[in-house]
Design a protein around this ligand. Structure first.
Ligand SMILES: Nc1nc2c(c(=O)[nH]1)N[C@H]1C(S)=C(S)[C@@H](COP(=O)(O)OP(=O)(O)OC[C@H]3O[C@@H](n4cnc5c(=O)[nH]c(N)nc54)[C@H](O)[C@@H]3O)O[C@H]1N2
Ligand SMILES: Nc1nc2c(c(=O)[nH]1)N[C@H]1C(S)=C(S)[C@@H](COP(=O)(O)OP(=O)(O)OC[C@H]3O[C@@H](n4cnc5c(=O)[nH]c(N)nc54)[C@H](O)[C@@H]3O)O[C@H]1N2
Ligand SMILES: [Mo]
Length: 683
């Protein structure tokens, strides 16, 4: 998008054409309002003691405090006492620098980031099956041309609104759209067929679809033979996924299961795309695997307008998971446990490989252990608001309070920043150069439109200065162009190889460049056409099994709670709850429930409903909708305070990806406060 200033100096935002369309959603159109918002942080804030208020201080005073506290923490608890929490909204340059900062300046294994809450299950599953994690291994425009699209737990019409037209294109050329979601969302309403699955049961559904395909002779046996391994075990493993049994588990009728399989298998080209619905589950990795098994059995990956993909969420969700802010990762999507990777990256960083720390722990495990034995005692947060967005948020808030020292880099006083000892104000998207790698694996240049306000520094400058004060062996670069050049060298030879890219190449490439991109480039827009990046070139089938959700509804907590997003707000809401037009569109937290369930609890539209889970209580305005299952309630996670749905969610983790179970927990309706106070007197 472009930022445009008219003759009177008024700023507005205009869309640029992308993937063949010209569109922006209301969040894009209003994004400039945050640049000079009254809440914008313009000076560091610091509190003298835990109970003292945050007050503005000079950069010198703030940085001196950060250095002193980190050194004190090292002295008391060693290098492992300090940790870092990052975000997938950071540019590639910043994500890379944050990972290097943790390993070189802090020498701590404890760094992880909000992408663990987002893409980690899909990333783990695709690496197991395809040997590589690029969210979409093909460009967006291929989606428009597919003949059948199975969209699992993606509410694209609200979460990627500018891509909604792709779905309309599929329908317009006669293609079929099958949507799997417990709610009849704006996306599901566009579908040929909507499978209204019970939350947390997608794996059973996927195995049943494969069972039907196998029994009815719909498999692509040539593809299975030539391009994959492991089908026999998977074929055996789905023997008991009888459609009528799975109907009882998922609520999806046998007829609809069969119709979905036939739509996919009989189309000329077909795609399966998943998003957070099936992924943010304690069996998220296995659930994605089940859908990949189905895609492989139908011969889709690598075929024209066909394949499997996962829709990445954050602006730099893809690049943010490639360059080292993940606990087990070094730049270029390398493993920190791999001696060759350590040697290569240590060479670029000018340190000894043996000085690099090992693998840390996942995001929730890091937050859960804060301030306790074995956990970090000081934390630096950049580009995340875990006090609102982490599961079991009441506990996370309590652990943040138990830290010896919390430092937050942000643009606005987020709920997490307001708990910090030091808040450092940083520049944002329109005020600095940087690259982002979008959901297709396309590296895109984003140029600054103007300077940050006085008193504000970039994340790169802040990290560089802290690294210098802590005695890092070499200066950390602060110019994005220079950082990118270093990142490119560090990524050379890794899965996400950027070594053939630099700012000049990206400036010239209007539509960016796809990775892997070694010097000279590679034909990487569409992956897996000939082979998969395993030594034998074959994709892997992996058997996976349905299990009951860890917290099934029972007599005390009889309802399923699932969570997600709405069009007008973004993530923890730190940014969008400060934009007047977006607040007007969605002013406060709500609880979506079916009218039948509402009647049972004497709930009317607009009443304030308190939900309780085993971990806490949260409330929102009742929003009655026939679009949701009668046994399920839905809340979006964009609000703090009492409206924070993560006060309820279950932090049980997927054993492969360490992704928390955001999409399912058991709750009850605990109290109802009528919207109309006159009613309150009579009831
Ligand atoms: N407006 C807006 N857009 C965003 C964001 C935002 O905050 N606001 N965030 C961005 C980010 S970081 C991300 S990761 C993406 C997420 O994009 P999506 O994955 O599309 O978003 P969600 O709303 O979390 O979940 C999608 C759907 O999953 C459904 N669902 C819930 N439980 C289940 C289940 O058990 N099975 C199935 N099959 N479906 C289930 C929900 O009803 C919901 O409609 O959006 C990105 N875009
Ligand atoms: N219940 C439930 N919880 C969820 C989810 C769900 O579906 N349900 N989804 C999960 C998912 S997929 C995600 S991605 C997470 C997201 O949740 P968070 O990680 O909390 O994401 P944001 O709200 O985007 O937080 C970003 C913060 O960084 C600031 N910021 C923006 N740009 C910059 C920058 O350049 N530098 C710095 N230093 N700061 C910046 C913003 O002001 C904001 O305070 O939430 C997860 N939590
Ligand atoms: Mo996300």
């Amino acid at each position: 998008m472009d930022i445009v200033r008219d003759g009177d100096g008024a700023v507005s935002i205009e869309p640029r054409e992308f993937a063949g369309r010209l569109a922006l959603c209301q969040k894009g159109l209003t994004a400039h309002e945050l640049l000079d918002h009254p809440d914008r942080l313009r000076s560091p804030l610091m509190r003298a003691t835990r109970d003292a208020p945050l007050v503005p201080v000079s950069w010198d005073a703030a940085m001196e405090r950060v250095e002193r506290e980190i050194r004190a923490c090292w002295q008391r608890h060693g290098r492992d006492g300090v940790g870092v929490f990052g975000g997938g909204g950071l540019t590639n340059e910043k994500a890379y620098t944050l990972g290097k900062f943790a390993r070189v300046a802090l020498k701590t294994p404890f760094i992880d980031y909000n992408g663990r809450f987002c893409m980690s299950s899909a990333a783990t599953a695709t690496q197991r099956a395809f040997g590589l994690d690029r969210g979409l291994p093909f460009p967006l425009e291929d989606i428009a041309q597919t003949d059948a699209l199975l969209l699992v737990g993606s509410n694209l019409a609200e979460s990627l609104p500018t891509a909604t037209g792709l779905l309309d294109d599929v329908r317009a050329h006669g293609g079929a759209l099958v949507v799997v979601d417990p709610r009849a969302t704006a996306t599901a309403r566009r579908a040929t067929l909507h499978l209204q699955v019970a939350p947390g049961t997608d794996l059973a559904l996927a195995n049943a679809l494969l069972h039907i395909a196998a029994r009815e002779g719909l498999l692509d046996l040539d593809y299975i033979e030539q391009r994959t391994t492991g089908f026999r075990q998977v074929h055996q493993s789905i023997g008991s996924y009888w459609p009528d049994r799975i109907e009882r588990i998922t609520g999806v009728s046998v007829a609809d299961q069969r119709r979905a399989v036939h739509l996919l298998a009989e189309a000329g080209s077909a795609m399966i795309l998943t998003a957070r619905g099936p992924e943010q589950q304690s069996r998220g990795t296995d659930t994605v695997q089940a859908f990949i098994n189905l895609a492989l059995a139908l011969g889709l990956p690598g075929r024209p307008h066909s394949g499997y993909g996962s829709l990445t969420g954050q602006g730099n969700g893809q690049g943010g998971r490639e360059h080292g802010q993940k606990a087990d990762q070094l730049p270029g999507y390398r493993k920190i446990t791999d001696p060759a990777a350590r040697a290569h990256v240590a060479g670029v960083w000018g340190v000894d490989p043996s000085d690099l720390p090992g693998e840390g722990v996942s995001a929730y495990e890091l937050l859960d252990a804060m301030g306790a034995d074995g956990g970090v005692r000081a934390l630096l947060v950049a580009a995340s608001n875990p006090a609102v967005s982490a599961p079991h948020a009441g506990h996370v808030q309590e652990r943040l309070g138990a830290l010896d020292f919390l430092c937050v880099l942000d643009l606005v006083p987020s709920e997490t920043a307001l708990m910090a000892d030091v808040v450092l104000p940083v520049s944002q998207w329109a005020e600095e150069d940087g690259t982002m790698t979008n959901l297709e694996g396309r590296v895109i240049m984003r140029r600054a439109a103007g300077p940050p306000p006085p008193g504000v520094h970039s994340d790169l400058e802040v990290l560089s200065e802290i690294a210098r004060r802590l005695g890092a062996p070499h200066p950390f670069a602060t110019e994005p162009r220079e950082v990118f050049a270093e990142l490119a060298r560090a990524s050379s030879g890794g899965a996400a190889d950027y070594s053939g890219l630099d700012y000049d190449v990206l400036d010239d490439a209007d539509a960016g460049a796809f990775w892997p991109h070694p010097p000279g480039g590679a034909d990487s827009e569409r992956m897996f056409r000939e082979s998969f990046p395993f030594p034998d070139g074959r994709a892997r089938f992996i058997p996976v099994y349905h299990g009951a959700p860890p917290e099934p509804p029972d007599a005390d907590y009889p309802l399923s709670l699932t969570t997600g997003r709405v069009l007008a707000h973004y993530q923890s809401g730190a940014q969008t709850r400060r934009t007047a037009r977006l607040v007007a569109a969605e002013p406060e937290a709500f609880v979506e429930l079916h009218p039948v369930l509402a009647r049972k609890h004497a709930v009317s539209e607009g009443d304030r409903i308190w939900l309780a889970s085993r971990r806490g209580r949260a409330c929102g305005r009742a929003r009655l909708s026939p679009d949701i299952r009668t046994d399920t309630v839905f809340m979006a996670f964009h609000w703090g305070g009492n409206g924070c749905v993560n006060l309820l969610t279950n932090p049980v983790l997927d054993r492969h990806s360490r992704m928390p179970e955001f999409k399912h927990c058991a709750v009850r309706i605990d109290a109802v406060e009528p919207a109309d106070p006159r009613e309150a007197q009579t009831t």
